[in-house]
Design a protein around this ligand. Structure first.
Ligand code: C5P
Length: 225
């Protein structure tokens, strides 16, 4: 018998569609959702605001342990009541997040935060090391990828729609650089966990990806859907 509520992890690089997939699956199952990237992004944001260097692990870990962060019912990130959801989505915040995320002290400080999300009826957890490090006992593990070009294209379209002035070549270079940092870092590098359902979304629609994940859910929990 499992002693914890069911957990479904979704890991993969930036822009693979993990966030959208996690949200859709959590809605469909009625489970809680953990966007672990948001935690790293908020640590980066606080560090920037307080002028703490990305090379000060002890101070950054302290920020991670004490940050007055909560999420409202719509998933908005509230920092001491201030809605920072838009600010943490910027490219700069993403890059900063990836830098603080390379520090073991910060990752350790965020473990309790993340494990606290395991509540009935179940959890969908989105990140880089959800299935490999944070929730190794998860019943279902998904690893979602897409080519760097496709991921940069998707991001480009999103940003252009928002009216932002961006350059596709810069975005592609940023994505490659962040991938490289996430994959080669010493702690919790981005890897497909053992027994993960590996999906390459380069030429799949989000509906097709959702369908495949739900098939795995139905096999694992026949009474759920
Ligand atoms: O997923 P998202 O793009 O919001 O994550 C921002 C950064 O935070 C990633 O580039 C990655 O370096 C880091 N991250 C991580 N482990 C997680 C989630 C995010 O290292 N579980």
């Amino acid at each position: 018998m499992n002693s914890h509520p069911p957990i479904l992890t979704i890991d993969g690089p930036s822009g693979s569609g993990k966030g959208t997939l996690a949200k859709l699956i959590a809605e469909r199952l009625g489970w809680n959702l953990l966007d672990s990237g948001a935690l790293y992004r908020v640590v980066g944001l606080i560090a920037k605001r307080q002028g703490v260097s990305e090379h000060a692990p002890a101070q950054l870990a302290e920020i991670a342990r004490r940050m007055p962060l909560s999420f409202d019912a719509e998933g908005r990130a509230l920092l001491d009541g201030e809605d920072v959801s838009l600010e943490i989505r910027s490219e700069t915040a993403g890059n900063l997040a990836s830098k603080v995320a390379a520090l073991p002290e910060v990752r350790r400080a965020l473990l309790d935060w993340q494990r606290d999300y395991v509540r009935p009826p179940g959890l969908v957890a989105d990140g880089r090391d959800m299935g490999s490090v944070v929730f190794p006992d998860a019943e279902i593990k998904v690893f979602l990828t897409a080519s760097a070009e496709e991921r940069a294209n998707r991001r480009y379209k999103q940003l252009i729609e928002k009216g932002l002035d961006v350059n596709l070549a810069d975005l592609t270079a940023d994505i490659r650089e962040r991938d490289e940092r996430d994959r080669t870092r010493k702690v919790a590098p981005l890897v497909a966990p053992a027994a993960a359902l590996e999906l390459d979304s380069t030429s799949m629609s989000i509906e097709q990806v959702v369908e495949q994940v739900l098939e795995r859910v139905a096999e694992t929990f026949p009474d759920l859907l």
